[in-house]
Design a protein around this ligand. Structure first.
Ligand code: FES
Length: 158
């Protein structure tokens, strides 16, 4: 074996030795995929609800279990609106549903510590959607919401 043949042999051997590791690195991480059932069985998985509007105008945006687990239920394209639903901090049997688009410049508000807060410029809104502090000057839009059976229902006026 001359020098050139030896170098080709070493190069081929190195490639062959590293190929399984390279292939394994390109595979999806199967360790993070649950193997004990479909994802719907995990408590974190969102439950699909039928959000078709009913004759009374209400439609399901989520379940009570989701609401109580996460503290809110939201959908950025619910019946053409961006909706955030929380329990009323004064009466936990009642729900509050707002258009979560901040009236200042359109960022999405979050529910935290009993008020709606905008992360962009610091506006905050009372639970009824009125402005608690600016720069926003207009209240958040609100929607009717209620619990029926195990569903959180919202009515979008059209
Ligand atoms: S967009 Fe919400 S405070 Fe500016």
């Amino acid at each position: 074996m001359n020098r050139r043949e030896f170098m080709n042999w070493i190069g081929t051997g190195t490639l062959a030795a590293s190929l399984p590791a390279a292939i394994a690195a390109c595979q999806p991480d199967t360790a993070s995929v649950p193997t004990d059932g479909p994802a719907e069985d995990t408590p974190e998985a969102a439950v699909e609800v039928d959000s078709t509007p009913r004759p009374d105008g209400f439609a399901a945006i989520g379940t009570v279990a989701e609401l109580d687990q996460a503290g809110s239920v939201s959908d950025k394209s619910f019946q053409g609106q961006q909706v955030l639903v929380v329990r009323d901090p004064v009466d936990s049997s009642a729900l509050i549903a707002v258009n979560s688009l901040c009236t200042h410049q359109g960022c999405s508000v979050d529910w935290a510590a009993g008020s709606f807060a905008c992360p962009c410029h610091g506006s905050s809104f009372n639970p009824d959607g009125t402005v608690a502090s600016g720069p926003a000057t207009d209240a958040l839009g609100t929607f009717e919401a209620k619990v029926e059976d195990d569903l959180v229902l919202v009515k979008i006026e059209s």
